[in-house]
Write a protein that binds this ligand. Structure first.
Ligand code: UD1
Length: 343
């Protein structure tokens, strides 16, 4: 058992080897929490957990398991006195979700249901859920508040919305539960050390990993999906948030849980177009990023930018790192790991 006796609390992190999960593990360990990770490594590398431990100088305990394997999950809860859960484990690619809807509902919604069942059976009542701004769908060109209606436009987004509803109904039935759903906008960047970052396994889906691989020479050019959106330069606008600040938001959420379900946005309130990000990454890396303007990607929306006022007012959480810093940090990770994590 590697969980220290003097830990502030013991936190189970599902999907802890993934991009946001691994940065959150560092943040938790740095703040004295003990961490137990459950990850099936379907889209992540165990090497990320080695990097987490080197960075924090502290140990964590890790299990390779699928959340829908009730026996395996129950055994993890049986082996530790879990105080709270941060639930990241999910699939997250919009295009893939349109091609494989049942996998997305099974893994994302089924995994959440399975986790809640074991939490209730084991008397664990504190949950931070990794939700998504994609729930808002086409935001209509204004910064989105938590009170904007849910209008998800693809199975990935709908699966996240369903999970929020599953949690809401479960909290209603079990008022002893304290839950927080963090709807974050587009996580980007990497740990400033360059030791931890985004290392997607298999096919690439998101813009930042593509930029990283074009800059490092693993791919020839970027395809910009859509140049006829009603935005200043015609390309889609997103609110990119530094992953270290998102990780900090999860740690703060954990320390502020109270009975019921709360929903909060994590974003910067600043919109960046695809072409602006391409330019920022070219500047940060000093490399040329050739691109082609191609058709829109199904399921995409024109603009998603947060109104991050509520979380700032309630917790004082504010994103301070800009796009340039996100690109420089992502580039540092890419240079140190041109082929991704080993193994
Ligand atoms: C989507 C979700 C978001 C989620 C994220 C997780 C929606 C609307 N958003 O973000 O909530 O957190 O997935 O992965 O469902 N692009 C290109 N070329 C590329 C790749 C992307 O032009 O090769 C464009 C996309 O069309 C989009 C922008 O870049 O306009 C960002 O895309 P991406 O990084 O995939 O994230 P989202 O789709 O915004």
């Amino acid at each position: 058992m590697t969980v220290p006796e003097d830990a502030v609390s013991t936190v189970l992190v599902t999907g802890g080897a993934g991009f946001i999960g691994s940065h959150t593990c560092v943040e938790l360990l740095d703040h004295g929490h003990a961490v137990v990770v459950v990850d099936d490594h379907s889209t992540s590398s165990p090497a990320a957990l080695d990097a987490v431990q080197s960075l924090s100088g502290r140990r964590l305990t890790a299990y390779r398991a699928d959340l829908r394997d009730a026996t395996a999950l129950d055994a993890v809860f049986g082996a530790h006195r879990i105080d709270a859960v941060i639930h990241f484990a999910a699939r997250k690619a919009v295009g893939e979700s349109i091609a494989m809807p049942l996998e997305y509902y099974d893994i994302n919604v089924g995994g959440t249901v399975a986790l809640l069942r074991v939490m209730l059976a084991r008397g664990v009542h504190r949950l931070v859920f990794s939700s998504s701004c994609s729930i808002y769908g086409d935001g209509g060109g204004h910064p989105l508040t938590e009170d904007d209606p849910a209008r998800p436009t693809n199975p990935y987004a709908r699966s996240k919305w369903m999970c929020e509803q599953v949690i809401a109904d479960t909290v209603h039935r079990h008022p002893e539960l304290s839950a927080l759903a963090l709807r974050y906008f587009n996580p980007a960047g990497a740990h400033p050390s360059g030791l931890l970052g985004e290392d997607p396994r298999g096919a690439l889906h998101n813009l930042m990993p593509y930029l990283m691989q074009v800059a490092v020479g693993r791919r020839p050019r970027i395809e910009v999906f859509g140049s006829d959106y009603p935005t200043p330069d015609g390309t889609a606008v997103r609110d990119y948030v530094h992953v270290v600040e998102i990780a900090e938001g999860h740690r703060m959420a954990l320390e502020r849980l109270r009975p019921g379900l709360r929903v909060l946005n994590l974003g910067t309130g600043v919109g960046t177009s695809v072409l602006q990000l391409v330019e920022a990454f070219a500047e940060a890396s000093g490399r040329k990023i050739p691109y082609d303007l191609v058709a829109r990607r199904p399921g995409d929306v024109a603009e998603l930018v947060a109104d991050a006022g509520r979380v700032a007012g309630e917790w004082g959480w504010r994103a301070r790192r800009d796009i340039g810093e996100m690109c420089r940090d992502a580039w540092r990770f890419q240079q140190l790991h041109p082929e991704g994590y080993p193994g």
